[in-house]
Design a protein around this ligand. Structure first.
Ligand code: ATP
Ligand code: MG
Length: 243
């Protein structure tokens, strides 16, 4: 579904991605873990054209994500993204936020879009909050609106960039629960996360990124329980037993 082949990305002289090779199969959940600054967000952002890359190739299905931007519109209608800080439109209700993409990007009919948006908000547990504005919602609720918004595009895959790390601890569970249910329905997901428990339970495989290189990869249970590489071991010790 999503393939990275020798992807290189620099900001000026600073090479941030140093030849990434990876694949996310259809229906797979892949968790991307790694220290701050290792390039996780950058890698995600290259998939839907929020960043350009200089070398190598990213493909979504048969479409090359082309750095010149010709395929970006197409890719963005097929791959949704959920951000750490929700990025909802503050002056639109939950329902309007969810309807926005299908109405204005996909050009679908309002009545149909509205029915789907209501169903999605109900699905993420927010039937009572359809007409609420983002600033009257908790972080966990806003993030669930953002997930409903991502789903409203009927995406082939969803990219999550630390979807729970801006949340108060008591709200993390409700968001992870929604993500778990998507995984059970075989949504293709690439998830940057520090939630190691979630990754161990839900992910099919894990990529450990450090310094712009994938240092270790494999089945989630293996990499997270028995990391082979010292850098992975160090990282996991730090995130599971923060000092
Ligand atoms: N727009 C930018 N301009 C210049 N440098 C950037 C830009 N965005 C990111 N970088 C640099 O690229 C590197 C990787 O950043 P990135 O945000 O991808 O890391 P990350 O793994 O997502 O980190 P975190 O866990 O803190 O979110 C960092 O050194 C960062 O400073
Ligand atoms: Mg990041």
């Amino acid at each position: 579904m999503i393939r990275f082949e020798n992807v290189h990305k620099s900001f000026g002289q600073h090479e941030v991605l140093k030849g990434i090779d990876a694949e996310i199969g259809k229906g797979e959940v892949v968790c991307l873990i790694g220290p701050s600054g290792s390039g996780k967000s950058t890698l995600l952002r290259c998939v839907n054209g929020l960043e350009t890359y200089q070398k190598g190739r990213i493909t979504v299905g048969d479409t090359v994500v082309d750095a010149a931007g010709r395929s970006i519109h197409d890719i963005r209608t097929r791959v949704s993204m959920v951000f750490q800080r929700f990025n909802l439109f503050p002056n639109r209700t939950a329902l309007e936020n969810v309807m926005e993409g299908p109405l204005f990007v996909l050009g679908e009919r309002r009545a149909e879009v509205r029915a789907r948006a209501e169903a999605l908000l109900t699905r993420v547990g927010l039937a009572a909050k359809i007409d609420a504005y983002p600033n009257s919602l908790s972080g966990g609720q806003q993030q669930r609106v953002a997930i409903a918004r991502a789903l409203a595009m009927r995406p082939e895959a969803i990219l999550f960039d630390e979807p729970t790390s801006a949340l108060d601890p008591e709200m993390v569970g409700e968001v992870l629960q929604v993500m778990r249910s998507l995984a059970e329905e075989h949504m293709t997901m690439l998830v940057v996360t520090h939630e190691i428990h979630f990754a161990r339970e839900v992910a099919d495989s894990v990529l450990f990124l450090d310094g712009g290189t994938i240092v270790e990869r494999g089945p989630a249970k293996e990499v997270l329980r028995h990391p082979k590489h010292e850098r992975t071991q160090d990282f996991l010790r730090r995130v599971t037993h923060p000092v």
